[in-house]
Design a protein around this ligand. Structure first.
Ligand SMILES: [Zn+2]
Length: 207
């Protein structure tokens, strides 16, 4: 059996060939984020598979699953990584879902995470708490920046991130957009012609 955490190409890449050569069925989240992929064994949150529990952890990808073993090992794939922060890229990536999925893991007591990228995470609870507070802080900084001055997403990257590497800048912009969409749903920001502004700034002007 092939167990897939999510359908991003760097995880699913060898899946078809492996299946063809071994005849093994592929188990993955029932609602695939990839239009050209349907799992042979559709999984739902809480399902048991290959001696592991599937935990639906959307955010990085809508079809992302972590897998927890009874011995305390959790395969965290791209939801929680140790080599860099996770990219949350809309429209499939969703920052509210990502934060909720971090909270889901915080409520568990797994002993060690084996991520899809980077070395094992040996104190996962404090690590995940740190990731969550980083996102909350990042979001607060975006709201404060927009209160000072309306801005498009790239200007926000320039104002909030010091990254100069083009790939990291691109990843940062996707995360900023994910935060902005979450904030818009919460009524805290609004967008017109790709310029984002704080709704509290507008309210201040109105009053
Ligand atoms: Zn991924």
């Amino acid at each position: 059996m092939i167990v897939l955490t999510h359908t991003h190409s760097d995880h699913r890449g060898a899946c078809d060939e492996l299946k063809e050569k071994t005849g093994a069925p592929v188990a993955a989240f029932h609602a695939s984020a990839a239009p050209d992929f349907t799992p042979d064994i559709p999984l739902h949150d809480g399902d048991e598979i290959a001696g592991m529990s599937a935990i639906h952890t959307p955010g990085h990808a809508s079809d992302h699953l972590c897998f927890a073993r009874p011995d305390g090992i959790l395969f965290s794939a791209d939801h929680v990584m140790s080599w860099s922060s996770t990219i949350v890229s809309p429209p499939d990536g969703d920052m509210a879902d990502y934060c909720a999925s971090l909270q889901t893991l915080l409520e568990r007591n797994d002993a060690i995470y084996l991520p899809g990228h980077g070395p094992p995470i040996r104190e996962p609870k404090s690590y995940v708490a740190g990731l969550l507070s980083y996102r909350i802080e990042r979001e607060r900084a975006i709201v404060e920046a927009l209160k000072l001055c309306p801005s498009n997403s790239w200007n926000l990257v320039d104002r909030l991130y010091s990254k100069t590497d083009p790939w990291l800048r691109m990843a940062a912009e996707r995360n900023v957009v994910a935060h902005l969409l979450k904030l818009r749903r919460e009524g805290k920001v609004e967008e017109c012609s790709e310029i984002w502004r704080s709704t509290s700034l507008q309210n201040a002007h109105v009053s």
